[in-house]
Design a protein around this ligand. Structure first.
Ligand code: GDP
Length: 282
């Protein structure tokens, strides 16, 4: 079974001192910096650098999660100026002179106030991106832990399914705002998500689901380790001597990253509690 349940482990108290692999992975996500913005696919750079896309329904907590991962207050918000909301924003990650991944922030969907023609146009761009974008390595799908998969989330999964089932594109579902759930409800949310994802899970797929809270930082380190592992799989030698690629928590995979001191992780306290009323999915 290829669905993993980081979230159950994530219910444990967030460690004050991240282990070396987590620290390295957070150092890597921290290096994210704005690269460019595109309103259609042919405006995206023609690079081969692996891309990790962040997608989700509007208000699911995507911007907050990206900012938390990057440990920067306004990285994702910076691109939320009017008129640019229907763009793919790309961020470079890794060493400045040799970025090894791009984060692609796709606009949130399902917000009722968006004009229909703009919505349709954007849905087409997003569908093309998820189905056709060659460097796309993995997708981080934000789902509000209290709501579960909405109809639009399900449509998005169906759209991506051909690339998910064969493992070409990896998927990490983040059940966001987990701080709002008690333990029992969190387990239930995870179970429901697993049930839903089992239909697209195969021997070849790489699909995971995790509870996540930008507020409490639950799941934060695991997410950083997971997505870094997508880009930095390491060769592991089995007892029989054959090699296989596997994402690992080994500290040495982070050797070249610029891990930040712990204090950096602790200083960001800008995450608001959820004060917005939920938008109507359309
Ligand atoms: P986006 O539209 O998906 O980018 O969503 P935002 O990141 O703007 O978040 C939507 C709302 O949820 C905001 O009011 C955030 O403060 C709130 N929010 C985001 N993450 C969390 C979280 O982990 N816990 C809580 N309690 N609220 C959150």
């Amino acid at each position: 079974m290829t669905i993993s349940f980081q979230g159950i482990r994530g219910r444990a108290a967030v460690p004050k001192e991240p282990d070396p692999a987590t620290k390295a992975a957070l150092g890597w996500t921290h290096s994210a910096r704005f690269l460019t913005t595109a309103s259609q696919l042919d405006q995206l750079p023609a690079s081969e650098i692996p891309e990790i896309a962040f997608v989700g329904r509007s208000n699911a907590g995507k911007s907050t999660a990206i900012n938390r991962l990057a440990q920067q207050k306004r990285l994702a918000f910076a691109s939320r100026t009017p008129g640019r909301t229907q763009h793919i924003n790309l961020f470079e990650v890794g060493p400045k002179d040799a970025p090894d991944a791009l984060f692609a922030d796709l606009p949130g969907y399902g917000y009722a106030a968006v004009e229909r023609s703009a919505k349709l146009r954007w849905q087409a761009v997003m569908a093309d991106y998820l189905q056709l974008r060659r460097p796309l390595h993995g997708v981080v799908l934000m789902v509000d832990s209290r709501l579960g998969f909405t109809e639009l989330d399900q449509r998005l999964l169906t759209l991506m399914a051909p690339r998910l089932v064969n493992g070409e594109v990896r998927l990490l579902v983040l059940l966001t705002k987990a701080d709002k759930l008690n333990r029992g409800d969190a387990q239930l949310a995870l179970q429901k998500a697993q049930d839903h994802l089992s239909s697209i899970s195969t021997e070849s797929s790489d699909i995971a689901v995790s509870l996540f809270s930008a507020l409490s930082r639950e799941g934060l380190g695991d997410v950083a380790v997971s997505i870094r592992g997508w880009v930095h799989p390491v060769k592991v030698r089995s007892a029989a001597g054959s090699e296989a690629e596997e994402a690992t928590r080994d500290a040495d995979i982070g050797a070249e990253s610029k891990a930040e001191p712990d204090s950096e992780l602790a200083t960001e306290t800008d995450t608001d509690t959820d004060t917005e009323s939920d938008s109507t999915p359309t």
